[in-house]
Design a protein around this ligand. Structure first.
Ligand SMILES: Cc1ncc(COP(=O)(O)O)c(C=O)c1O
Length: 435
């Protein structure tokens, strides 16, 4: 347990290189690179041979370079996740939902692979606009918006919105001819880890009345959307929702209530945490079968967030200090529940954690966050090797709903985000993320 050199709060980011976003995306030839990134539409599953930033030697190198705590994003893994889901849902246009990890390197990677984007706030609209992403590749899916948000989106060229109630539909009367709607339908999903249909979506039986209202106020309805809940337990709710939406679309078309040529099947595609999730091909098999039964001429899109980024980032934190309490070693890390581990509270996730030290000894241990709050405990009853100040702890599967929901409570800064493998030779970049 000899104190090995490592980052401390005071030494944070000793060699931090803040890279201008446009420069990072642009490489040596900004304009050419940017144009290529946003115009390519054919998915390319070409294998790339970047480094593996989740290997210990690279983790230690990146901490040496950028300090701790870090969130390390591997853009090669983002590409792999995107193509894996694309293969599981052939013909479905994937709109990466920015909310779990609104980072320019992820956006750039997805757009570079031919993907689309799901935006939910004006901040996200502004982020992709600054990156020069074609607004036609984006939809705005927050069911409740202020007029100022609608205008900000339209000004940036994002024209397709989601609405789920009469008040929201009426907000678009002022933008008839400029904005188009997807009407969100609710399918309660108690089996999902986060049941999003409690807060949003109209009852299926109210859908046609909502579509009639849209026609009355002159707003074009392109189709329907749903989100059965995040980290779905099984594909049953997706199937039920697709079948129900297929019938509603047919009925709306019969009545001439709008174009109704789009079905947005949301997100919810599960990933491995401490517990394993079904393989995505297998999970999507019944969904593919249900989609095959939809009425003709429907463009199907999805809004995956977690599946795209969850497995593609790790959280790296350092031990700030330790204490022995009631027979356990308590290790106080420089990241915790108010930081990247906030997903344990908000997203009900449990991230597999490990210590980057060489020892076969295992002692009962507790991992705690840095703040003065007693709730800030990451995991108890762990068996860990003996740790010392500066030793590193790695949390796996930490890309989704982690750093995104972190705060700076007690003035402990959020983890620095380092992206790797955005382009060949990218061994670690910190981008400035202005909002
Ligand atoms: C409207 C909407 N779309 C997409 C997503 C992403 O869902 P997931 O991360 O489960 O794929 C969410 C998550 O909250 C959402 O609210």
């Amino acid at each position: 347990m000899g104190g090995r050199p490592g980052p401390s709060g005071a030494q944070r980011h000793p060699f931090r290189t803040e890279v201008n976003l446009q420069m990072a995306l642009a490489g040596k030839k900004p304009a050419a690179r940017r144009a290529r990134a946003v115009t390519k539409t054919v998915p390319a599953s070409r294998p790339r041979r970047g480094i593996d930033p989740f290997e210990r030697k690279h983790i230690e190198r990146l901490v040496g370079e950028f300090g701790s705590p870090l969130l390390i994003i591997d853009c090669d893994r983002v590409r792999r996740q995107y193509h894996q889901l694309q293969r599981a849902l052939p013909g479905v246009d994937l709109h990466y939902a920015l909310k779990p990890l609104p980072h320019p390197a992820v956006v750039s990677t997805i757009v570079g692979e031919g993907g689309f984007l799901d935006l939910a706030t004006t901040g996200e609209v502004e982020l992709v606009a600054r990156m020069g992403v074609d607004p036609e590749r984006c939809i705005h899916t927050h069911p409740i918006k202020r007029d100022i948000d609608i205008r900000a989106s339209l000004d940036r060229g994002v024209r397709v919105f989601v609405a789920d109630n009469p008040d929201e539909v009426r907000k678009f009367a002022a933008y008839a001819g400029r904005a188009e709607l997807l009407l969100r339908v609710s399918f309660r999903s108690p089996g999902a880890v986060c049941d999003l249909s409690r807060k949003f979506g109209c009852d299926p039986e109210d859908l046609l009345a909502l579509a009639r209202l849209a026609r009355e106020v002159g707003v074009e309805v392109r189709g329907l959307s749903f989100h059965v809940g995040s980290q779905a337990a099984d594909p049953g709710k997706h199937v039920e929702a697709i079948e129900s939406c297929g019938k509603l679309i047919a009925a709306a078309r019969r009545e001439g209530l709008g174009t109704f040529d789009t079905l947005d099947i949301g997100g919810g595609f599960p990933i491995d945490y401490a517990e394993r999730a079904p393989a995505i091909q297998h999970f999507c098999a019944p969904i593919r079968a249900a989609l095959a039964q939809l009425p003709k001429r429907i463009r199907v899109i999805a809004e995956p967030g977690r599946f795209i980024v969850g497995p593609c980032a790790i959280g790296v934190s350092a031990v700030m200090g330790r204490a022995r309490r009631e027979g356990h070693w308590w290790y106080y890390l420089d990241d915790g529940l108010y930081g990247s581990y906030s997903g344990q509270l908000f997203d009900h996730a449990r991230y597999p954690v490990e210590a980057l030290v060489d020892s076969t000894e295992r002692l009962p241990s507790v991992l705690a966050g840095p703040t003065c709050d007693s709730i800030d405990v990451i995991a108890e009853n762990l068996l860990l090797p003996p740790l010392d100040a500066g030793d590193l702890i790695v949390g796996r599967s930490m890309g989704a709903y982690t750093w995104a929901s972190a705060s700076e409570f007690n003035f402990f800064p959020r983890a620095t985000v380092v992206s790797v493998n955005l382009s060949p030779g990218d061994h670690g970049t910190v981008m400035a993320i202005d909002r």
